[in-house]
Design a protein around this ligand. Structure first.
Ligand code: A2R
Length: 309
């Protein structure tokens, strides 16, 4: 039986699948408790989308050949260190696209229509003192998508059903009919809703900063289903607190599971615990794809979903 090293919390359905097929060793992300004799012979490591797999852990595993990520984002993996050793990294794209796009729409509607506040309003009996305030219309509004990839495109398809006027920002224009903005600040100034669907890593860190938030403006709403690191969360909390931004709907945060404390006190932000892809169907599909990538490694078959070059 092959041994795999697990460095992340994984759903039971995947852990059970791993235990049924492999000997499973567990260790922390630092790997400091892993002695050299145990480390030897480990060819596969299983992580999740939030895991940090750094060069020092990779360095402790002399026989490592594959890092299998349960998730589409792999910005926590030191891909350069892995590639330098010829180690393959795989992830789980596509199978979660629908759920994440659904959740972006959920956050957009929920934030604009102030659904969490409305629920509280009814429960607390405030309704008996008078009606709830008016909220912001979504249908027909202008939507800017940051990162028109698999998830971004799926958000655009859904938003089209709401007659939203879609435009986007990315590193380059794509062969689509939506207007392209090379400048994110200019896109933010031109839309009502800005939805983040890019991944993390150095190239997208604080892409949404105070300047972009100022351009989105006091009638604008920010939605983030990409990565927390893309948004300057302190700048966001301050813009929301001072009414320089109308609202935000966030599924991801810079330091999960600890959102910026300034956000917690505000009622114009809708907060979710990084749950966009967490449905039974999708987590099953992600688990199956993770196991398929591992199986491919041990059988010598082509990997179903290696990360792009
Ligand atoms: O530039 P491209 O053609 O690689 O466009 C990608 C875009 N993107 C960026 N846009 C602006 N500035 C950047 N520095 C930058 N880096 C990448 O983000 C592409 O359009 C999009 C990512 O799309 P996909 O690679 O198809 O990923 P998917 O499956 O949509 O997932 C996106 C992220 C994940 O990495 C997780 O962090 C999260 O959503 O769940």
């Amino acid at each position: 039986m092959y041994t795999v090293l697990k460095v992340a919390r994984l759903p039971d359905m995947l852990s059970e699948g791993l235990h049924a097929r492999y000997e499973v060793l567990e260790c922390s992300e630092s790997g400091s408790e892993l002695d050299a004799s145990k480390a030897r012979g480990i060819r596969a490591l299983v992580a999740n989308g939030e895991s940090r797999v750094r060069a020092d852990l990779i360095g402790r595993l002399p026989d490592l050949q594959v890092i299998v990520v349960f998730g589409v984002g792999y910005d926590g993996i030191d891909v350069a260190a892995a590639r330098a050793r010829g180690i393959v990294v795989t992830h789980t794209p596509d199978v979660l696209t629908d759920d994440v796009a659904d959740f972006a729409i959920t956050l957009m509607l929920g934030t604009a229509r102030r659904i969490a506040k409305a629920d509280q309003f009814v429960r607390s009996g405030q309704w008996q003192q008078g009606p709830f305030g008016f909220t912001r219309k979504v249908s027909g509004a202008r939507l800017g998508i940051v990162g028109l990839g698999r998830i971004g495109m799926a958000i655009a398809r859904r938003a089209a059903a709401f007659d939203m006027r879609i435009s986007y920002h990315g590193r380059r224009p794509l062969a689509v009919d939506y207007p392209y903005y090379a400048s994110l600040t200019e896109l933010a100034a031109a839309v009502d809703f800005l939805v983040i669907a890019v991944g993390g890593g150095e190239s997208t860190r604080h892409l949404v900063d105070a300047k972009v938030l100022a351009a989105l403006g006091s009638e604008g709403i920010l939605i983030n289903v990409g990565r927390g690191s893309v948004v300057d969360e302190a700048a966001l909390a301050s813009a929301l607190a001072q009414g320089r931004l109308l609202g935000a709907g966030l599924d991801v945060f810079e330091d999960e599971p600890r959102p910026h404390p300034g956000l917690l006190a505000l009622d114009n932000v809708l907060l979710a615990p990084h749950m966009a892809s967490a449905t039974w169907d999708t987590r099953r599909a992600m688990s199956d794809l993770t196991l398929a990538n591992l199986a491919a490694h041990f059988s010598g078959a082509a990997y179903p979903t290696p990360i792009p070059d």
